[in-house]
Design a protein around this ligand. Sequence first.
Ligand code: NAD
Length: 266
Amino acid sequence: MPGRLQHKSALITGAGSGIGLESALLFAAEGAHVLLVDVNLAAAERAARLVAERSPGVQAAAFKADVSKEAEVKAAVDQAVALFGRLDVMFNNAGIMHPADDNALNTEERIWDLTMAVNLKGVWWGCKYAILAMRANPTDAARGLHTGGSIINTASFVAIMGAATPQLAYTASKGAVLAMTRELAMVHAREGIRLNSICPGPLKTPLLMDFLNTEEKRERRLVHLPMGRFGEAIEIAKGALFLASDDSSYMTGTDFKVDGGLTSCY
Ligand code: NAD
């Protein structure tokens, strides 16, 4: 059976760890060529080797880029097009959460600026260059591919709910990702370019486990999770695969929640 991303190519940011790594493995297993982009080149290279081992039939390459830098994001998109001939899927997933006491009274301007630069501006650059690349996609009737593409932006459950643990800049950046994605989805819908946000719940990845760095903090967070457990990165990757593939062909501008029910509970 052909994979759900057969003949497509995808660029994933933050692909060296967590959601990005699991998405690269899954997208490749479903037939996509993948460019694994990360600011940590060694992690991206390790991840690309793993993808190549598990999915030898597709191309997998690593690329170093800091998503907060416009020129580096442009270079990453150019590299994907140079390697694979076209870009069908852009997963703007890289993000950071500063472990500092990040509330309105204490947070430092440099933490706010850094968080916004990576989590929000990085997504903007990713959308900008992916849209330009996807506009240039030739129609490929032989392979049954339409022009356009799918862009997925990683937000968070905190974009929808207030978090009692202070993470002000992070929360604000993720809320802005939802708003920006909706607007871009409307502007580019008639070009066949779909944009959706994915909102993960709390996961067992380094990003959250470094933040909830004691058993007590983790236990306190678990009380609020309807399923009584943290999510796994692969569970978010499966949601991203749905948004990346033609299975979601009539979806754009959504806030797609993969959160174990967290944002629906009280
Ligand atoms: P992770 O820390 O496991 O992986 C993040 C990856 O992004 C790392 O490989 C890191 O090197 C890379 N990265 C960081 N800054 C970068 C930059 N400037 N340029 C390029 N790459 C950079 O984290 P994760 O849990 O997989 O998180 C992925 C996304 O999911 C983030 O946007 C995060 O905010 C979001 N998210 C995570 C959770 C969670 O509980 N883990 C919940 C909701 C949303």
